[in-house]
Design a binder for this molecule. Structure first.
Ligand SMILES: *Cc1c(COP(=O)(O)O)cnc(C)c1O
Length: 384
């Protein structure tokens, strides 16, 4: 089955007992047993729930994996992956990665004996230099937020494996519709399903997909032991969103391509960062490993407009953190999503007050561009 068909006809999409075309919500905590040592496949919803089971099979299927797991947030999914590591282990991660992941690594896992080196993984040599004898995992984001840096997925997976480490990829920005990292040798894919997968800015959820049965067994154990599971209702709501992932991504991406090209021609814009532009560093690598450039882009404003002024002068765009919803979102990463980083670190990474991030939704593209055009004009005026 091709992607859009799979999103509708994944395993369990139609209830095998009743034919219901929407998965039933098993809003239940415990299950009546037939005997002390006999149940009907479920005993307690933290350990397993029929609605969550369908979702977990769904993410496995759309990521071309064998196993899937659903969590109460993207951070719960990320943290569970990191729990595969032990005190004394070392991790190499993409520099500038999602602020919440940086925070959990620095504020939580470091205290539990996990050390981490951040490397510019768009340069495989830099990743190689960061590896240590005790490196047990490599954790990447591509494209990496907010500068849209592109990392070669297959090269990272190969290098990690040669070194006896496993490779994790946060696939939130692309979604499984555009990028399937397991096909390139990545061991574990994590998602903040809060974003494109859910797609409607109405839930918080995280997902994991992988192929290795041993690792999957440990993740299952961690999910049950730590308990950060996704509720039955939110599992259902997430699946409702996932059915339209394809049409939403296609629409957002089409508009993003137009906006990126239009921004390139604006005199107020110094640089546009979008893998759909031929001149974007790594655009050729991105084309090899993803089905499209996606609906996320960033741009740097010249001094004639201040970033803060710009993002506060739009009306169709929603000034907010987050991304991947049907409404287009505008963010000033330096003051919003990347606050867990110190200002020195942000400056080193080029994440300052002139960098604006766009998450393109499904509104009419002319309205989105008119709104940005109006903001450019008002900001220039404010600077005069
Ligand atoms: C939002 C996000 C997360 C965290 O997910 P939550 O659902 O907010 O916990 C992780 N990685 C990326 C790239 C994200 O955008």
């Amino acid at each position: 089955m091709r992607k859009n068909t799979l999103l509708i006809h994944h395993k369990g999409a139609f209830c095998p007992h009743t034919g219901a075309v929407s998965t039933p919500v098993y809003q239940v905590s415990t299950f009546r047993q037939d005997a002390v040592d006999r149940n009907r496949g479920y005993d307690y919803s933290r350990s397993g729930n029929p609605t969550r089971d369908v979702l977990e099979g769904f993410i496995a299927q759309v990521e071309n994996g064998r196993f899937g797991f659903a969590f109460s947030s993207g951070m719960a999914a990320v943290s569970t992956c990191l729990m595969l590591l032990r005190p004394g282990d070392h991790l190499v991660a993409t520099e500038g990665l999602y602020g919440g992941t940086y925070r959990v690594l620095e504020k939580v896992f470091r205290e539990h004996g996990l050390s981490c080196t951040y490397a510019d993984t768009t340069d495989i040599g830099a990743l190689e230099d960061a590896l240590k004898p005790e490196t047990r995992a490599v954790y990447i984001e591509t494209p990496c937020n907010p500068r849209m840096g592109i990392t070669d997925i297959a090269a990272v997976a190969d290098l990690a494996h040669e070194h006896g480490a496993f490779a994790v990829l946060d696939n939130t920005f692309m979604s499984p519709y555009l990028q399937n990292p397991l096909d390139f040798g990545i061991d574990i894919v994590v998602h903040s399903a809060t974003k494109f997968l859910g797609g409607h800015s109405d839930l918080i959820a995280g997902l994991i997909a992988l192929n290795d049965a041993g690792m999957a067994g440990r993740i299952k154990e961690l999910q049950n032991a730590l308990g950060a599971i996704l509720s039955p209702y939110e599992s259902w709501l997430l699946m409702r969103g996932m059915k339209t992932l394809g049409v939403r991504m296609e629409k957002g991406q089409k508009t993003a391509v137009r906006i990126a090209e239009w921004l390139c021609g604006r005199k107020e814009v110094e640089r546009v960062m979008y893998p759909g532009l031929d001149e974007h560093p790594g655009a050729d690598i991105h084309r090899r490993q993803a089905g499209g450039p996606g609906a996320m882009l960033s741009f740097r404003l010249r001094d004639c407009c201040s970033g803060k002024d710009f993002v506060e002068n739009v009306s169709v765009w929603t000034l907010a953190v987050s991304l991947g919803g049907i409404e287009s979102i505008i963010t000033l990463p330096a003051a919003m999503t990347h606050l867990p980083y110190s200002s020195a670190e942000r400056n080193r990474l080029g994440i300052d007050g002139q960098l604006v991030r766009l998450a393109v939704g499904i509104e009419d593209e002319e309205d989105l561009m008119d709104d940005l055009g109006g903001a450019f004009a008002r900001c220039r005026k404010n600077m005069e």
